[in-house]
Design a protein around this ligand. Sequence first.
Ligand SMILES: C[S@@+](CC[C@H](N)C(=O)[O-])C[C@H]1O[C@@H](n2cnc3c(N)ncnc32)[C@H](O)[C@@H]1O
Length: 233
Amino acid sequence: MLTHTYQSRRGELVEYFDRTAVEAWRRLTSDAPVNRIRATVRAGRDEMRRTLLQWLPEDMHGARVLDAGCGTGALAVEAARRGAQVIAVDLSPMLIALARERLPHDVDGGTIEFVVGDMMDPSLGPFDHVVAMDSLIHYQPDDMVRVLAGLAARTSRSLLVTFAPRTVVLGAMHAIGRLFPRGDRAPAIEPVREPALLRRIGADRALGGWRARRMHRVARGFYISQALEVIRR
Ligand SMILES: C[S@@+](CC[C@H](N)C(=O)[O-])C[C@H]1O[C@@H](n2cnc3c(N)ncnc32)[C@H](O)[C@@H]1O
């Protein structure tokens, strides 16, 4: 069930990632020079992608993977290089077009199907693994857990998700973020304390057959995000 808060935040995210921030995002996800703040974000995001990829099997031949909110597709490419059949979905047609443009010729073994749409769309099919890197951090924690529960129903092995841990530093960064002109701001990030998130996951009946296994926090300058691996019991 898609709540009102989920749908309204999703509308803001399309506007932001497909229009306001598309150029900044294109640059951040390339090798082009960026300022010092963005360089920390780029380094943090690289570390986060490496972490999530480490939590996926080395050999993914025969496995179906959902890159949920794939952006420009960097993680999808690495999963496909390991042989996975990847469905890479994103709300933003512009970012999906960029991901297609950047698709290397050598994802040998695996395949990637890029889709413009919502990760919650059941027509995307069943998966062995779902990875949502920084694509659920803008949703309220209850909506985030609802999305995980929805995805869990069609996933057989693991859900890898990142969330914004509620920390003092992150609070300060948000305060700084509020100083920027409104039009340049990203939709709010919804920080959540780790125990509170784990409690919500534990309490969700649809996630009854699942348990949290690993966590890893990445904190590099302006990038703070925490990876969580949820697996079938
Ligand atoms: C911060 S970006 C991260 C992109 C990519 N995962 C990465 O790490 O490079 C978040 C992305 O999630 C996408 N997104 C947010 N909500 C989504 C949803 N409900 N379904 C599909 N994509 C979504 C946005 O359009 C955006 O491209």
